[in-house]
Design a protein around this ligand. Structure first.
Ligand code: ZN
Ligand code: ZN
Length: 435
């Protein structure tokens, strides 16, 4: 890499590449789902401390009242236990007070911009394939945690975050301002970023970056501005009726199963919106206890999405009206608990232009894409919006990487050689922003 303000000769790039791959494989083997990333967070904190970063961890990184989609309190101890058994740093796990998440700050003491970068740490709730040809099986780093797998590349994100931390520590004497590395729990299902944002982790940032590996962008390409993330709300609905004998006293029952079923069908019939696309999905519906009992309980897990916040608000509002209506139809009580949310956001033109300059000058990629269609939903958008509201600039980057199967599929794998490019790209961008 060319020397700009930072002296990249101080970095052991070959050693870094080995570390990136080893770290990614270790995280891949021990995946942790949203809000249970205790092993991952503790190893991140341990490494950042070694490198001399100022640390905030666990409960200090999230606004407790804004946490969405966390597993029940009764399950948390078992996750902490597993994290310790699988090689987590017990000291850091205890310091986190039952909430994962780490923010490492490198303060130079010299005037300059505050640059914040988000790395997500959670895995997907999917079983890794047993096919012998799948590289994690072939090379012995497949997930050992049942029904959990890094099938979205967040193992690579975390590894790159620590790789960048190492690089910045090596050139610390040349840096200006402040760099904040935000290791977020619970990106899947849009569960973690909102609570971190509410805690203020990005406040005061002049620049904010997030980056995803893969996503349909092949190795050798780099996207400056990922767009098209859908605004979304995830919610759990519980219908409570009154059980009764299905033949002996059906008139006394209040049927929670039928309320939920009526709601599910109607939710999928919400009228579209002229301003753009929207989605509704009821993904889980559990009800009833016995064949001859009027069902007293039903649990539904659903989500709504919209191309803009306006459309998302429309579809979410209609969904709530339908749920309340269906509950009333069957004389059931209903509670709705938000389990996750993401909004939309777009990169700021001046920052996108600077990032573009940095990436082109670096010569790291064969092709630079001005925009990339993100698709799905992404909760770093809350952090982007917050930074933008406070007068800073943000963009969401796309790191090309050939993938073995689609994201969230049990055969997913990345092109590991792109991780070093990702770290170099972020380093080049930071270099540019400090000039
Ligand atoms: Zn994902
Ligand atoms: Zn992802």
């Amino acid at each position: 890499m060319n020397r700009k303000t930072l002296d990249w000769g101080k970095v052991d790039w070959d050693g870094l590449e080995r570390d990136l791959i080893a770290r990614r494989r270790d995280l891949h083997k021990y995946p942790e789902s949203a809000w249970t990333e205790f092993r991952t967070s503790s190893l991140v904190a341990h490494r950042l401390e070694e490198l001399g970063y100022d640390l905030t961890a666990g409960l200090d990184t999230v606004e407790f009242s804004a946490v969405m989609g966390r597993p029940p309190r009764s399950e948390i101890d078992a996750h902490i236990q597993r994290a310790k058994e699988q090689g987590g740093d017990a000291g850091w796990i205890d310091k986190m007070r039952e909430y994962p998440g780490v923010v490492g700050t490198l303060r130079t003491g010299r005037p300059g911009p505050v640059v914040s970068i988000r790395f997500d740490m959670d895995c997907v709730d999917v079983d890794e394939t047993k096919i012998p040809d799948h590289r994690p099986n072939k090379e012995g780093f497949a997930s050992v945690n049942n029904l959990l797998m890094h099938a979205c590349g967040h193992d690579a994100h975390t590894s790159m975050g620590l790789g960048l931390a190492t690089v910045l520590a090596a050139v610390k004497d040349d840096l200006k301002g402040e760099v904040r590395l935000i290791f977020q729990p619970g990106e899947e299902g849009c569960r973690g970023a909102y609570a971190m944002t509410r805690k203020g982790v990005v406040d005061g940032s002049d620049y904010f970056l997030a980056m995803h590996i893969g996503g349909g962008v092949p190795s050798g390409k780099f996207g400056l501005n990922s767009l098209g993330y859908l605004c979304t709300t995830k919610f759990d609905v519980e219908f409570t009726g009154r059980p009764a004998h299905a033949a002996g006293a059906p008139q006394e029952g209040h049927n929670a199963l039928l309320a939920a079923a009526a709601a599910a069908l109607s939710l999928h019939g919400i009228a579209p919106h002229r301003e753009g696309s929207m989605r509704v999905n009821v993904g889980v519906l559990n009800a009833g206890t016995g064949r001859n009992v009027i069902a007293g309980k039903a649990l539904m897990k659903a989500e709504t999405r919209g191309q803009t916040q306006n459309i998302a608000d429309y579809v979410y509002k209609r969904a709530q009206e339908i749920i309340q209506g269906a509950a009333a139809m069957y004389e059931t009580e209903v509670t709705v608990l938000k389990a996750g949310a993401g909004t939309d956001a777009a990169g700021d033109a001046p920052l996108v232009a600077k990032v573009g300059e940095a990436i082109r000058e670096s010569g790291l990629f064969q092709e630079v894409l001005e925009t990339v269609q993100g698709g799905g939903s992404e909760d770093a958008t809350w952090m982007m919006r917050r930074v933008q509201e406070l007068g800073g600039q943000a963009t969401y980057l796309a790191l090309g990487s050939n993938i073995a199967a689609p994201h969230h599929n049990g055969c997913f794998d990345i092109d590991e050689s792109t991780m070093l490019l990702g770290v170099k790209a972020l380093a080049a961008i930071i270099d540019k922003l400090m000039q």
